[in-house]
Design a protein around this ligand. Sequence first.
Ligand code: PLP
Length: 422
Amino acid sequence: MTRTMPATPARPAAAAAGPLDLARVRAEFPILAEPVRGGRLAYLDNAATSQKPESVLRALDDYYRHKNSNVHRAVHDLAERATTAYEGARDRIAAFLGAAREEIVFTRGTTESINLVAYSHLLPLLQPGDEILLTGMEHHSNIVPWQLVAAQKGARVVAAPVTDRGELDFEAWRRMLGERTRLAAFNHVSNSLGTINPVAAMVREAHARGIPALVDGAQAIAHLAVDVRALDVDFYACSSHKAYGPTGFGALYAKRRHLEAMAPWQGGGDMIRTVSFEGSTWNDVPYKFEAGTPDIAGAIGFAAALDYIQAQGLERIGAHEHALLAEGTARLEQIPGLRLIGTAAEKAGILSFVMDCAHPQDVGTILDQEGVAVRTGHHCTMPLMQRFAVPATVRASLAVYNGSDDLQQLERALHKVRRLFG
Ligand code: PLP
């Protein structure tokens, strides 16, 4: 079925001016008032998933109360409301990333977006001996899909080294772009280190050799302004839930010519134009990649989350988080026996560390007793943990609603760890 719904005009919310009003921001996130372990919550696990503001909760509630229906399929009023809201969300997401609406494929998140590119774009092109170039700081979801398709074709995955500070060894990466490289895939921001990669330069280098580039933007879109057109990137993957939106939803940006050339990867309703037992034909892009009933509320919630980010202003959010990162780094550096993993010059709000007195898991348990929510483990970056010769790290990751009080609570809890284990 071809889409006939008129696209809702994108509604870029006006960014507020002046410094961030933290009390006001916090009041918009009801869960931050939730007592944990009988005390105040310091939520510092934002790289895993961020909390959701009232505007997103309201958008989800409003959808189910007033619009719930299936999309694209019926002519009744509710179906039209649902379709208008759903396709309006596509316009919002496209505008946020600087893309055209046809270039935004809705997915379950970054992981599914990367898998889609692996199976639909890369697999048919791969030959034995071909290479997919990664970096040593990739999330498993930007490693394993490539391994799966490479194994089917006798191709291989290679990864460029990471320096002791947790930066990409750019020259080494550049040298690894070779005759056999079919795709370069790298994250915009490392979830384990906070490193911001020079993605524009990387795309340029890849393109200079005729190699397409995919950027994993899971940790970027809530913290940095992203313009896929300015980056000239071929594919950009992101998740809603790390950017104040609902879980289980995300998007793949892909240049239209790639989407046109790619075969569908899942079959079912809505992705077809015609079906007969002799064969089927495909819907227009991006719909040919969206089989079955989609997560309609997810799209609407994601768009509301992007409106929220835009209303706060990415520049203000970035400045706020950057100041907190500097403060957090200084506080952690004062703690005896604590070692930061990831001290890149260009860093987003992530503080990964190990302590000589306790395993990260034990550190996380004590922090939890003190109301501090952090992530401990390998953060789905096992090769990176091997690179730094640690089994795991403790990771405190920042969002717009964090403040100095959260960092102080973290610092106090880390001193307790030292008292208990030191
Ligand atoms: N890439 C990076 C850098 C991530 O941090 C994550 C999640 O932590 C992912 C990919 C996977 O995202 P999702 O689980 O939302 O698909």
